[in-house]
Write a protein that binds this ligand. Structure first.
Ligand code: 13P
Ligand code: SF4
Length: 326
């Protein structure tokens, strides 16, 4: 398929309308591979434009499970491709940039889980944010995303919940569920953790009428300033449906593309803190890497877990899909 890259590339360079040519080249490559492209809201706008489906982590996990295509190209970070592969072992799952990892996905130690299981026994459930490696999922009882964490935690029969790896989403879920005893782990998203409360307050002063829409990976003090807390998809839908005209968006700036697309013609304004939040990992996914992976079939996701561990990781994801649908 090396040959195909040159062909697609040639067409891109020679074309007079680069976007139209690019789209056509991608369509041809997708047809050759029977591929579908899924992208997260945080990837670059031009990558989102080439995708068949764009969404939050939950949507992408659910969707990957129901698509007929042979090959799923996941324009997102590694854990997203791994979830798609765990749920669809018979399919080929490709990551345009396999080195694009989520640092939080590694931020828990097995000892933390063993200690909690020893302390609480059967009255403990290990709740694992999907932003985690396959191995960490295999240590867990159920996965959650930011859009369903509260609902799924509330459905669990156990009173004690060890929430891994993200302390911020775990704390946010715990606040909504006073009947549960939620044990937090120390992990966090470096991008959301770095969002400055002072910069947010300055922005609120500059735009006193703006609503603050924040992702639950933010710190407690930042979330205390929010009018709405939700996943990337939740933030976008809230802004679209709202009567308000101005919004302070407290998450990674990649969501702006879909916000502007969905709110086109509504005259809405979106503001980010002075230090605009970006995700260096998501930013590694480019049009070039997407075309290369489609053309050469590079970045194939392998499940590197043994039989029983793989089954446990898959069961944690399946349980999320089942509980979220209730
Ligand atoms: P969402 O599930 O809200 O899309 O979040 C994914 C993510 O990585 C947030 O940092
Ligand atoms: Fe991971 Fe944070 Fe990037 Fe989301 S924004 S992928 S949690 S590093």
């Amino acid at each position: 398929m090396e040959h195909g890259v040159a062909t697609a590339g040639d067409r891109l360079e020679r074309g007079t309308d680069p976007l139209a040519h690019l789209k056509r080249a991608v369509e041809e490559l997708k047809a050759t591979r029977d591929a579908v492209i899924l992208a997260h809201y945080y990837v670059a706008p031009e990558v989102q434009e080439l995708a068949d489906y764009v969404g939050d982590s939950f949507y992408l996990a659910k969707l990957a499970n129901s698509l007929p295509a042979e090959t799923i190209v996941l324009a997102g970070v590694a854990f997203m491709g791994e979830s798609a592969k765990l749920l669809n072992p018979e399919k080929t799952v490709l990551l345009p940039e396999p080195a694009a990892d989520c640092p939080m996905a590694h931020m828990v130690q097995r000892r933390t889980i063993e200690e909690a299981r020893a302390a609480w026994g059967n009255d403990l459930a290990v709740v694992c944010y999907v932003n985690s490696t396959m191995e960490i999922k295999s240590w867990s009882d159920v996965c959650v995303t930011s859009s369903n964490a509260v609902k799924i935690c509330s459905e669990l029969p156990q009173r004690h919940l060890l929430f891994i790896p993200d302390r911020n989403l775990g704390r946010y879920a715990a606040e909504q569920l006073p009947e549960k005893h939620v044990i937090l782990n120390k992990g966090f998203c470096p991008r959301h953790q770095a969002i400055s409360l002072d910069e947010l307050i300055d922005l609120k002063e500059e735009h006193p009428g703006a609503l603050v829409l924040a992702h639950p990976e933010c710190t407690e003090e930042v979330l205390s300033e929010a009018d709405f807390i939700g996943s990337t998809a939740g933030i976008i839908s809230y802004a679209e449906a709202s009567e308000a005209r101005e919004f302070i968006i407290v998450t990674v700036r990649g969501v702006l593309h879909e916000l502007e697309r969905r709110c086109a013609g509504q005259g809405k304004r979106f503001y980010f803190t002075r230090t605009v939040p970006t995700c260096v990992n998501m930013d590694m996914i480019t049009v070039e890497s997407l075309v290369r992976c489609l053309d050469r079939g590079t970045g194939e996701v392998e499940v590197d877990l043994t039989g029983a561990a793989r089954e446990r990781a898959r069961a944690a994801l399946d349980r999320m899909l089942e509980l979220a649908a209730r």
